[in-house]
Design a protein around this ligand. Structure first.
Ligand code: GLU
Length: 314
């Protein structure tokens, strides 16, 4: 039961944090339904954060489409939406703190230099572990490009309500990682940790594609004296034969012409079933809000499967 996982003197604060770099998709729908039901099951808050940090990748109009789509699906979020694009002072303060305590440092290496110096990519993501070249000072003649945070060789343990307990050796996976990018933008890893702490988020329910980011976020939380939230990473949605969904089959968006007044309830039911839940047949024909209310009353995290799978709507 969730109540054993969360300290009982605090109520649950969950969140949904889409990036407006493309429309909501079936994976975001699953994350929205799972995070909503988990927070509401405990009588908690469900916050919405627009992760428009990576400004060059933001698609104009997308955030608006997301709000309208979520509303049409029957979701209601608590409080004001947080916009990452308006939070650079908060990120900057956290970044300065990492520098002040000697845990972050400037790096003058280009991508090509890192690829040349590093060993083979790890963990199938094509990521190379940074060989910590600048940790003890910039190489002669180099200017700072990005800033990195130091990782230790102690494994970081992630305790996940769905995926179980996993250990990560960040020195092997990514090495010292970027918290401020060469283009001057703060990295997602830093932003998400600062935002979750500032919003009082104590329950993070999101797609399993972010599981490998979690140990980095846990490290930053401990360096910045933030509490680590409870994590639940949900299985990913694949195409019918496995593999990645095409953009067309994947979009859950009003702008893409979906009639959510009709389809909303069916989509939420499909997401709940995908998450191993057993909503009753009597909910067929209900609207999104009604199906979400069932999810909020009955969601059981112990039923959520770990494996990626297709999501069938009909
Ligand atoms: N903005 C991220 C995404 O859309 C989610 C970040 C998070 O939930 O921590 O994939």
């Amino acid at each position: 039961m969730m109540s054993e996982q969360i300290p009982d003197n605090r109520s649950v604060v969950g969140r949904f944090a889409p990036s407006p770099t493309g429309p909501l998709h079936l994976g975001s729908l699953v994350a929205a339904v799972g995070s909503y039901a988990m927070a509401k099951r405990e009588g908690g808050l469900w916050l919405l954060r627009m992760e428009d940090l990576d400004t060059p990748r933001v698609v104009p109009g997308m955030a608006d489409d997301m709000f309208r789509t979520l509303e049409a699906l029957g979701f209601a979020w608590d409080g004001e939406v947080m916009w990452q694009s308006r939070r650079s002072d908060a990120y900057s303060a956290a970044f300065e703190r990492l520098l002040a305590i000697g845990e972050a440092y400037p790096c003058g290496c280009s991508r090509a230099e890192i690829a040349r110096a590093a060993s083979a990519p790890h963990d199938g993501e094509g990521e190379v572990a940074y060989p910590n070249i600048c940790r003890n000072g910039l190489q002669p003649g180099k200017e700072p490009r990005s800033y990195r945070v130091k990782v230790g060789s102690e494994p970081i343990v992630v305790r996940d309500l769905v995926m179980g307990e996993k250990r990560y050796d960040l020195s092997q996976i990514c090495g010292d990682f970027v918290v401020k990018r060469a283009d001057g933008l703060f990295a997602y890893q830093l932003a998400v940790v600062v935002d979750d702490a500032d919003q009082g988020v104590n329950q993070v329910v999101r797609g399993a594609d972010l599981l490998s980011s979690t140990p980095r976020q846990i490290l930053l939380q401990s360096l910045l004296d933030y509490e680590t939230p409870v994590y639940a990473h949900l299985p990913l949605v694949t195409a019918a034969g496995g593999g990645k969904l095409s953009k067309r089959d994947n979009a859950v968006s009003l702008a893409a012409g979906l009639d959510l007044a009709v389809e909303g309830g069916r989509l939420i039911l499909a997401a709940l079933r995908f998450l191993g839940q057993r909503p009753p047949e009597s909910l067929a024909g209900s609207n999104g809000k009604e199906v979400l209310a069932w999810g909020a009353a009955n969601f059981d995290i112990a039923l959520v499967p770990t494996a990626s799978a297709p999501l069938s709507v009909h």
